[in-house]
Design a protein. Structure first.
Length: 143
């Protein structure tokens, strides 16, 4: 099929920067981008449970955990999508940095900073306002 062959390149053999060996453009099997989608979805769903928690310290800790989970998942989505849909098509050599394993890197600094920003915007008001006024605000954006 002419159009679908340009959109779906699963069976085509490609290389990527730093790896000269040919392999399928979209590898078969497990994708860390799917893990990222699941982590983002779970963080968004669980964020609805944060506002009613009475203990402020627990609201803060759970909100921080969910913010980090959201940003980690988003980083994995971006890396997997960009590598397999943009880099392997030869449109660019630049890759979104890998964040699958925590390490001291600029990519992980961005994940942590983004999580702190989300926590400050969505969770900190829950800690200041108490449990009554907090019931209407989600802990993570999009919910």
């Amino acid at each position: 099929m002419p159009v679908l062959g340009t959109l779906y390149q699963t069976g085509q053999l490609r290389t990527q920067p730093g790896d000269p060996v040919f392999h399928p453009a979209v590898h078969h099997g497990h994708h860390h981008g799917l893990d990222g989608v699941l982590l983002v979805a779970i963080a968004l769903v669980l964020s609805r449970l944060v506002p009613p928690i009475r203990a402020r310290w627990l609201r803060g800790v759970l909100g921080a955990y969910l913010a980090a989970m959201f940003c980690y998942g988003a980083g994995n989505i971006a890396n997997d999508f960009w590598l397999e849909q943009v880099v392997k098509r030869g449109w660019t050599l630049w890759e979104v940095p890998d964040v699958t394993t925590p390490k001291a890197s600029a990519a992980w600094a961005i994940v942590v900073i983004a999580a702190v920003v989300i926590w400050l915007i969505f969770v900190l008001p829950l800690l200041r306002g108490g449990s009554d006024s907090a019931a209407s605000r989600p802990a993570v954006p999009g919910v």
